[in-house]
Design a protein around this ligand. Sequence first.
Ligand code: BGC
Length: 781
Amino acid sequence: MSAHSQGFEIDDWQLRWRGLDLTALPRTESIFALSNGHIGLRGGLEEGEPVDTPGTYLNGFYEKRQFPHAESGYGYPEHAQSLVNVTNGKIIRLFVEDEPVDVRYGETAEHDRVLDFRSGTLRRNTVWTSPTGRRVRIRSERLVSFTERALAVIRYEVEPLDDDLDLVLQSDLLTNEPIAAPGRDPRLAAVLERPLIADLAVTRNYSALLAHHTAASGLRMAAGMDHELEAHRTPRCDIHAEDDLARLTLAVDVAKGDRLRLTKYLGYGWSSQRSTPALRAQVDAALAAGMETGWDELLERQRAYLDKFWANADIEIDGDPEMQQAIRFALFHVLQAGARGETRAIPAKGLTGPGYDGHSFWDTEIFVLPVLTHTMPMAARDALRWRHSTLDQARRRAHELRQSGAMFPWRSINGEEGSGYWPAGTAAVHVSADIAHATVRYLAATGDEHFETEAGAELLVETARMWASLGHHDSNATFRIDGVTGPDEYSALADNNIYTNVMARQNMREAAETCSRRTDLAERLGVGADEIARWRECAEEMAMPYNEELRVHEQSEGFTRHARWDFEATPADHYPLLLHYPYFDLYRRQVVKQADLTLAMYLCPDEFTDEQKVRNFEYYEGLTVRDSSLSASAQAIMAAEVGHLDLAYDYFVEAGLTDLHDLHDNVAGGLHIASLAGTWLSCVAGFGGMRVHRDGATFAPRLPAALDKLTFRILWRESRIAVEVTADKATYRLLAGDPVTLGHHGHRFTLADDPVVREIPEHTPLTPPRIPAGRPPYRRG
Ligand code: BGC
């Protein structure tokens, strides 16, 4: 009997759910979602029902609707954007002697589903007995191809177990599926009523194609299916297509013990420019290529793609099998979210569900891109290229808001601001510095000069310009950035939010450094010596509010003088606070939704002394309620750095189990990709202490008591490095590439062919910090 975790069996390389539990469907649809960053299929059953939230997504395919502002104002975005649930090609309905297979009826003796992190497939095995006693075994396996971007394939097999049976299969393409209305939680998606308008429905042999467009955003898409059938007898076959439904029907008599096997190839394409005939051609081509390659070869390619990924990215831990599985689950989904986005955004939920309307936030740059930068750098580059492709919208937004340079949107699919609540949307300007930060990190880790020339420098310059115009010098010659919202969304429109200030400072310094070094680019971007000097001056004179009495930095000016939130009087079921208290109350109190100053100390480590880091960390721990899933990993990283290792472990566990244990009770709407990425960050930046500097990577590894060993791999420039950490020493190995200079607890060394072993310095355990009453880290069991 295997160990279990919330219904999932614990296993190193796969996630298995055994048994039928309909109440778990909403979350397993997200958890078992497959995606390559371009196509996303939620993990519903092939029969189509029962289903909680049907979901088939194409990255970047959205519909616009009028923003329902209660009171409008200058600069409010006029249009909301929502990811569209496009044509569903997963459906394969099965009828056994006239009875529809539906696990809500009859009896399901066996039912298990496995998400396999190495094969990149979702497998299923079900033994079902119809209400009139006919027993069949159903096996399926599906993949969304990492190597053929426009392709997904499902292999579906039925075997009569006791008698010869008449079987009918209906393989569908279904558009405009009904979706249940959401509740009032702002994190849920808006429901679009029948968003797709039919353009074309065609069939030929075993294949069909439907093409549609959206009314307001004017995007076009096509979905096609083709099939291979293996059966002992020739089936009766019918295919037809109408506006929103294409169906291949196959009727065949299958003998006991024989198998009927259908392989369904799905092709998808969308565009804002290309015509319906062009999209049809693209989908036909994807299907033809996919069928020519065939199921077995596609499986092999998927495996080879993942073997390469794991060789670069895997993390091994000794001492906690459940977290070992959680780490690989996390990395697998981060890869799925980013792998083949190719100049599209990486949404906060990836393509696993409709939550947050499919929008991308700063989550991408601060949480997801570091992981991709060091494991799959091309995917990080492509996500930054998406930002770069939206520079015109960001410049227009800056202009509209009377600023220079570019202001990137808080949440978006198409590059325009998609947040209707400006205090926690437009005012969260730090997103622009976050994009600059991810750019700097990507460039430091890869040395990709082509990207710097084409996009990176311009991203740095346009965002630096914005900061120089947004802030101002006060009478003491201090540069201030007033009236903005930092990561902590329980404080809005604050003056000199330190996170924003240190990130803006880094942004301006890096823009200045780049333009001084690359005078060709400076000239092309119209940057002169005066502008460089101004950025340097603003950066040097940046305000850093500090409370002398408490000897801690202020998250923002005046923050430490606000009344403390009454945590003791807050019932445990009143979290997240945003669903139970008005922002009116939250904004006036010391209560922190998610790591803010704590995150700044990780991202800009040189801005704070070691002593300040400890004091700041402990002070803000007492106020941080982790109402956002982004918080736990940031707290894990800094807890590890300052020496609260067991607490760091607790937060790492919380980040890693956020989705598997549904800690925020909203996994049904999609996975929390930033938190999954945070699982990697907790290990690599937390217990591994990795920090990225312009001239290299440094480590300060230290293990919590719960682990005997941690091994992680990273890509740095052309080299692949493995770091193995035990309680008293770290071993650095160069797995491939040129020698590299690294740091270990403050000492530089060069890693070449021979492993380098370094002692881990002793440290004195600290007294655990105070945490808000009622908000301890998640405890298993
Ligand atoms: C967090 C934001 C985050 C967003 C999307 C919110 O709850 O406060 O920081 O960007 O979720 O994940």
